[in-house]
Design a binder for this molecule. Structure first.
Ligand code: 13P
Length: 246
């Protein structure tokens, strides 16, 4: 059966000392029924890796080429050398601010899977898409254009994170009904493209202003298998209490 996952996306926050302290605190969270993964700023990954904590970590970003003249970029093999086993792909901040489109995200997915790095693939609509009532079609096209070229075996290395853009960092959370409806839709879309059994194995996380007071009701939804947490992942007490909401 699929796993419960709690991932902390630290985005571009924290000093090195703060990052090390937070990683140590997060590694003490009771992880018996949830897989916990942190995504620190890339520059702190080697220092966190050196601590040898009982904690999974990944990269927030990479460039999908092995090597070459890509000034300022970092490859997935370089990150793998640093010890990562996960990457985030398709986060809305990279889609909107860094202009990453579905075709480029597909290249990133291929590059990560080639090196056996597990992908957390983010999707989600902005408010005006939801107001038009076409959020399902919008999310489906994100999945189709970046993931649906994969074989079923490859898809097993993908976790999906549904992050409605209108809920990210805004304090507005999707209601449990809105989250469940989209997660169910995503699972049915996977089942149509692949098989029902495979779709049932894929963890689908919710992200967007998830915090200690709303996590329990979100995680209680049958198709919500955990969270991708931003702001509330920066305080170990909040993150711990979210981890205890399963
Ligand atoms: P917040 O939890 O701060 O809304 O961020 C969600 C997110 O973007 C996680 O990737």
């Amino acid at each position: 059966m699929r796993k419960n996952i709690l991932a902390g996306n630290w985005k571009m926050n924290l000093s090195e000392n703060e990052a090390i302290q937070l990683a140590k605190e997060v590694s003490e969270i009771n992880m018996s029924n949830v897989e916990v993964i942190i995504f620190p700023p890339v520059i702190y990954i080697p220092s966190i890796a050196k601590l040898g904590l009982n904690l999974k970590f990944g990269a927030q970003n990479f460039y999908p080429k092995d090597k070459g003249a890509f000034t300022g970029e970092i490859s997935i093999n370089q990150l793998k050398d640093a010890g990562i086993s996960y990457v985030l792909i398709g986060h809305s901040e990279r889609r909107t601010i860094l202009k990453e489109d579905n075709e480029f995200l597909k290249e990133k997915v291929n590059a990560a899977l080639e090196l056996d790095i597990h992908v957390i693939f983010c999707c989600g609509e902005e408010l005006k898409i939801r107001e038009q009532g076409v959020e399902n079609e919008f999310v489906k096209s994100q999945l189709e254009e970046s993931l649906f070229h994969l074989t079923g075996d490859q898809l097993k290395n993908i976790t999906i994170a549904y992050e409605p853009i209108w809920a990210i960092g805004t304090g507005l959370t999707a209601s449990k009904e809105q989250a469940e409806a989209m997660h169910l839709y995503i699972r049915e879309t996977l089942a149509q493209k692949y098989t029902k059994d495979l779709a049932a194995e894929i963890s689908i996380l919710y992200g967007g202003s998830c915090n200690p007071s709303n996590a329990s009701e979100l995680f209680a939804c049958p198709n919500v298998d955990g969270g991708l947490i931003g702001g509330a992942a920066l305080k170990s007490t909040d993150f711990n209490s979210i981890a205890n909401s399963f």
